[in-house]
Ligand binder design. Structure first.
Ligand code: MN
Length: 130
């Protein structure tokens, strides 16, 4: 067992692909298909890492990230935005909302797990901390 990963993603095909890749690498994968359930699951599960789609129904990924960061138990959990938004400024917007990193869609099965691994043990840098 490599760690618990929560995937907040509304697209079933993306969810299937992410689960398939990460389970193959020994991760325990949990999922939620909207932001509200994602936050509830994150609070109950305290995962080692959260993969967060930005385009979600009702509540977008930025709002989800901001709420997750308000919970002290999740303050240092790596949150990786996974999004097809490739517009300039989106990375900054995700980081500004509290995400620790960014992976662009479409997901590349050959590099996805190493991208995730790279973030897994990287603590979030917070202003004012060494
Ligand atoms: Mn989506």
């Amino acid at each position: 067992m490599n760690g618990k990963i929560l995937v907040i993603e509304d697209n079933e095909q993306n969810l299937y692909l992410i689960r398939y890749i990460l389970e193959d690498y020994g991760y325990e994968v949990y999922s939620a298909q909207d932001g509200k359930k994602g936050i509830e699951t994150a609070v109950a599960l305290l995962p080692d890492l959260i993969l967060l789609d930005i385009q979600l129904p009702t509540m977008d990924g930025y709002a989800v990230a901001r709420q997750l960061r308000q919970n002290p138990d999740l303050a240092d959990t790596p949150i990786i935005a996974v999004t097809s938004y490739a517009m300039p400024g989106d990375r900054e917007k995700a980081i500004g909302a509290g995400c620790s990193g960014y992976i662009e869609k479409p997901i590349d099965p050959d590099t996805f797990s190493s991208q995730v691994e790279q973030h897994l043990f990287t603590k979030r840098n917070r202003p004012g901390e060494p």
